[in-house]
Design a protein around this ligand. Structure first.
Ligand code: BEZ
Length: 194
């Protein structure tokens, strides 16, 4: 199976920093099983969430892969998630956990709770890190009809549990953040029809 661990450990965009912002747009929104210094609701511009990445090691198996979230570029779009300020040592276990196609990327992020408006200040921004599974990684499954994606998610299970639980937890967490996400809410709806 694919293993991006070594590649990621060379992608040191925040070398020399004692802390950095990690932006979670998938399971990291509702399951942060690492230490963090601070957590803030945030979003990134120009990206949309999609269940287009295959999961052979967490929410599925090599024989029956599940589907998990990645991001695609979309001009004008906004993707909401959760930003965690972490120390750099937190990344090594994440590199291992997300080795099936995800690479560290540096992105600008905007905090939802920044000071905006009254005094004319711009929203507070920072550079951050995401784990991105791009369309050239071997575990990428890509687009499919929503009903087919929901069907695949409904039946897939892996060492981290049911694929359906991942989707339902993500939809619930996004609702709690007050975030819009047509793809995720439509998939949740399709899953509940099965
Ligand atoms: C996320 O929640 O942002 C995420 C988690 C695992 C792999 C990629 C992204």
């Amino acid at each position: 199976m694919l293993d991006t661990t070594a590649l990621n450990q060379q992608r040191n965009f925040f070398d020399g920093h004692s802390s950095l912002w990690l932006f979670g747009y998938g399971s990291l929104i509702w399951k942060a099983d690492f230490d963090y210094l601070e957590r803030r609701s945030a979003y990134i511009h120009g990206w949309e969430r999609r269940f287009w990445q295959g999961s052979h090691d967490h929410r599925g198996t090599p024989e029956a892969p599940g589907r998990v979230a990645t991001l695609i570029r979309a001009q004008g779009a906004v993707c909401h998630g959760m930003a965690y300020r972490i120390t750099p040592d937190v990344l090594a276990p994440l590199d291992t956990r997300e080795k099936n196609g995800y690479l560290r990327e540096k992105v600008p992020l905007t905090f939802v709770d920044g000071n905006v408006g009254d005094n004319g200040d711009a929203a507070e921004q920072s550079e951050g890190l995401i784990y991105l599974a791009s369309d050239d990684n071997p575990a990428f499954l890509g687009e499919a009809p929503l009903a087919d994606i929901a069907q695949q998610i409904a039946y897939a299970h892996g060492p981290s549990g049911a694929n359906a639980e991942y989707l339902l937890n993500l939809a619930t967490a996004l609702r709690e953040l007050g975030a819009e996400d047509a793809h995720i809410f439509a998939l949740e709806h399709q899953l509940k029809l099965l």
